[in-house]
Design a protein. Structure first.
Length: 368
């Protein structure tokens, strides 16, 4: 039995819950892998797009004595994932922990302070620090325990994530490196199978940004400042939140209270000359990678994770968040149209490698 742990999972009424796990699972199923997803938030078991999802209550009643050949834990937390591992340890043969971000970082050290209007979030820092002071040593203890038993493999979505796992969880390279691997999240097939075709006649604006407004890590304040700095250019910012109720957008920036699904987005991008997607923190930046894969010129932040992810992309441009040392006019002038498709984030280079990793773990083979 392969069991995949997820804190939440898509359903008919909640289609986007941790969809990055579902995207992987659809590919695994296509490749013939049999598995069950344990959704800790599910009230009852269900099937979604061919994937069998079991609630924790149903698992306890029906499967608690079942042998688990491989347990895959996405974004493992203490409350559910680690607790499940400890409680069912005797039944678990192998574990694959997949780290996506905050679960192994000290939150207040990495995440930017909330905007001033979001005072409610500021009070959470004390509680978060207390939780992190328990979370990180507990992760260190459980991972070391399973490493000694040759029972665990660690999967990171970026080298940045692996480095900062080491710094925060405080496990030395010689302890875990041979049991770890880096495989980024894949891009949705629509961005891989189709290519950016800018249509001047249908142009909406010069730049498109799609971001949650109220989390400063996504940098909508940076987009606003760049728009003020470039009054001759036009900017569309899509998303939801309160930010622009507290900071008026300049006349050349239009705020659109909307998010897109992937199929809509691929069509929308053709109406813009470039994507402007700053960030202050990411473990990968999946939407940024998807847009770059599609082929639209991508302007993002000059931070290590963005450089790591987009190093091979000719359509990527970087700037300093603090200095905003970029002339967007120059970027637009220097865009080189290319028909070459960068396949860094295709299934072949991402999810298929995960599938191969799962096969190796089950068969007892070395992962490297």
């Amino acid at each position: 039995m392969i069991l995949i742990l997820a804190e939440d999972y898509p359903s008919q009424n909640h289609k986007y819950a941790l969809a990055y796990i579902h995207t992987r699972n659809l590919y695994y199923k296509k490749m013939g892998l049999e598995f069950t997803v344990l959704n800790f938030r599910a009230k009852s078991s269900y099937t979604y797009e061919g994937i069998n999802v079991i609630s924790y209550e149903d698992y306890k009643q029906k499967e608690s004595s079942s042998k688990i050949d491989l347990l895959i834990s996405h974004a493992p937390n203490l409350r559910n994932h680690v607790k499940f591992m400890v409680k069912n340890n005797r039944n678990i043969e192998k574990i694959l922990m997949v780290f996506h971000g905050h679960e192994v970082l000290k939150y207040t050290k990495y995440y930017p302070k909330p905007f001033h209007f979001n005072n409610a979030n500021k009070g959470k820092n004390f509680v978060q620090n207390v939780y992190d002071s328990i979370k990180l040593p507990s992760m260190r203890f459980i991972i070391r325990k399973y490493l000694k038993q040759n029972k665990i493999t660690l999967l990171f979505v970026s080298e940045w994530m692996r480095t900062h796992f080491e710094l925060n969880v405080k496990i030395n390279k010689n302890e875990y490196m041979d049991h770890s691997i880096v495989i980024p999240n894949s891009s949705h097939p629509i961005f891989v199978d189709n290519s950016y075709q800018y249509n001047q006649l249908e142009k909406e604006a010069d730049f498109i940004t799609i971001r949650p407004f109220d989390n400063p890590k996504y940098g909508v304040d940076i987009v606003r400042e760049l728009a003020i700095k470039h009054p001759e250019l036009t900017f569309h910012v899509y998303g939801k939140g309160e930010y622009f109720k507290h900071f008026n957008p300049p006349s050349n920036l239009t705020v659109i209270d909307k998010f897109f699904n992937q199929s809509e987005l691929a069509t929308i991008l053709n109406k813009y000359r470039a994507a402007l997607m700053p960030t202050r923190l990411d473990a990968q930046g999946v939407m940024m990678c998807e847009m770059a894969t599609f082929g639209i010129p991508m302007i993002t932040s000059d931070i290590p994770i963005c450089k790591e992810m987009l190093a091979s992309f000719d359509n990527a441009f970087f700037f300093n968040n603090n200095k905003m040392d970029i002339d967007l006019h120059d970027i637009l002038k220097n865009i080189n149209e290319t028909n070459e498709k960068n396949m860094t984030f295709s299934n072949t280079n991402t999810t298929h490698k995960e599938f191969e990793l799962i096969q190796k773990i089950i068969n007892g083979e070395k992962i490297k």
